[in-house]
Design a binder for this molecule. Structure first.
Ligand SMILES: Cc1cc2nc3c(=O)[nH]c(=O)nc-3n(C[C@H](O)[C@H](O)[C@H](O)COP(=O)(O)OP(=O)(O)OC[C@H]3O[C@@H](n4cnc5c(N)ncnc54)[C@H](O)[C@@H]3O)c2cc1C
Length: 437
């Protein structure tokens, strides 16, 4: 399937990936160039943009899944949108091949190509990772929610204490931001769930977090990591630092220290791997598999190819790549739009320079940690800043109001235990669960 030709004298800009990098680049570039120098098309697998920091509360039911995302089309002005999965890129022919959910094949020619396809969870590092859940997409968040509730249902019906114990053991592998925020949210969510299962006791519930490094949150200051560890231990989290997962099995995890944890639910949140489409491209990459760019986000040796966000290694002033964070991806996206508009108008692009403003994490139970331009904040204040910041980061007031409504209702009522299966057969989730140990 071919899309219409661009107007006379106009270039075609193709942006791949509707995440922070791709959406913010499209929003800025479309109005800047439409009808003057180029026509912009965004291609993405999902027709919504995911505000990833809100996925934790979506999984626990504090906010609706739909409210953690934003439909892409209303976000775009002057940019065409193709809802399809990119399969491959032919740099010689300057074409991208993509397939829609309905099976329609698209051939999309370009003059400028922006790679913003993000990354995927690194499952290659841990043997047996097919037995674990991941936490990267909305689909992952739905599955984690359903698995946790399913474990409670099974434990409630279980008479054997050992099997019941395994059902109520939840292991999160990874002590970075995603693993830690997930554990924080699970401490609150599982605590609320217990109220719906009066036959289950709090002391039967076990949340294990594995961090192969010596402390949680290597990306945060020592004091904030120490606060997090203390908070988690006080909540009863079995936090194990300096030990990783040697293998994930159908019944739990074998640890690098030789011990085993029997658990029906294991979530892998330990690092990123390249998006498979990016991995297959013959482009310069760094050792993490990210596409190497210059400071203006152009891919050296490939005229008209640009990259942003988690799939790109954009160098800072010292030559080190910027971290794989939303705050960088969205600013890179906007800056790339300015650079592309400049190049299309025959001007010079400018290097991307950004100083990290801070890092924040929510820890559940209305607690958080934040490093705000060197100022360390923790507890309720950090959690409040975290919520306010991400609320304002969510594009469109319609979405913000829905989130605020969810949060307000959440002050009055606890999250429920409704498990909405996506598969037509309600038994699907049971099949997905590991065999009882
Ligand atoms: C749970 C979670 C919480 C996070 N919290 C924070 C936080 O609090 N603060 C922070 O700064 N960062 C956070 N991050 C990191 C942040 O989400 C990423 O750095 C950011 O999303 C990167 O943006 P991106 O545009 O490069 O990629 P993404 O946002 O991942 O977007 C990639 C896009 O490409 C699309 N895509 C992928 N493959 C294809 C294909 N083959 N064809 C078509 N489309 C495709 C995807 O559907 C997606 O729309 C978090 C990440 C996760 C997983």
């Amino acid at each position: 399937m071919e899309r219409g030709s661009p107007g006379k004298g106009l270039k075609r800009v193709l942006i791949l990936g509707g995440g922070f990098g791709g959406v913010y680049a499209s929003r800025r570039l479309g109005p800047a160039v439409k009808g003057r120098t180029a026509e912009v098309t965004l291609v993405s697998r999902d027709n919504y943009f995911v505000m990833t920091p809100l996925l934790f509360e979506a999984a626990s039911g504090v906010i609706e899944f739909r409210h953690a995302v934003n439909p892409i089309r209303p976000l775009l002005c002057c940019t065409d949108f193709v809802n399809a999965t990119v399969e491959r890129v032919d740099f010689e022919r300057r074409e991208v091949y993509a397939e829609s959910r309905a099976g329609d094949m698209y051939t999309l020619p370009y003059d400028h190509l922006v790679l913003a396809l993000g990354a995927v969870t690194n499952t290659a590092r841990t043997p047996g990772s097919e037995h674990a859940l991941t936490f990267k997409t909305v689909h992952d968040a739905v599955r984690v929610r359903n698995r946790v509730i399913e474990a409670f249902e099974r434990a409630d019906a279980e008479t054997d204490p050992a099997r019941r114990w395994a059902q109520l053991t939840f292991v999160v592998i990874g002590g970075g931001l995603v693993g830690t925020e997930l554990v924080g949210e699970l401490t609150e969510f599982t605590g609320h769930l217990l109220r719906s299962y009066p036959r289950l006791r709090r002391d039967e519930l076990r949340l294990v977090q594995l961090q192969s490094g010596q402390r949680l949150l290597p990306e945060m200051a020592d004091g904030l990591a120490a606060y997090t560890e203390k908070t988690f231990r006080r909540r009863g989290v079995d936090l194990r630092t300096g030990v990783g997962a040697a293998e994930i099995t159908p019944g739990g995890v074998r640890l690098t220290d030789g011990t085993e944890v029997e658990a029906a639910t294991v979530v892998l949140a330990a690092g990123l791997a390249p998006n498979p489409v990016i991995a297959a491209l013959d482009l310069p990459k760094d050792k993490a598999g990210r596409v190497v760019t210059d400071a203006c986000m152009r891919v050296p040796g490939h005229d008209g190819v640009w990259a942003v966000g988690d799939c790109a290694a954009v160098p800072d002033a010292d030559g080190n790549p910027y971290p794989t964070l939303a705050q960088h991806a969205l600013r890179e996206g906007k800056h790339l739009a300015d650079n592309l508009a400049a190049v299309l108008a025959g001007k010079e692009p400018r290097p991307f320079v950004y100083k990290t403003r801070g890092t924040m994490a929510a820890l559940g139970h209305r607690r958080g940690i934040a490093n705000l331009m060197g100022l360390k904040v923790w507890g309720f204040a950090a959690w409040w800043v975290w919520r306010t910041y991400y609320l304002l980061q969510m594009p469109r007031w319609e979405r913000r109001l829905r989130i605020m409504a969810d949060w307000t209702v959440g002050l009055l009522f606890r999250p429920d235990a409704a498990k909405i299966d996506l598969a037509p057969e309600p038994a699907a989730c049971v099949h997905e669960s590991p065999a009882p140990v």
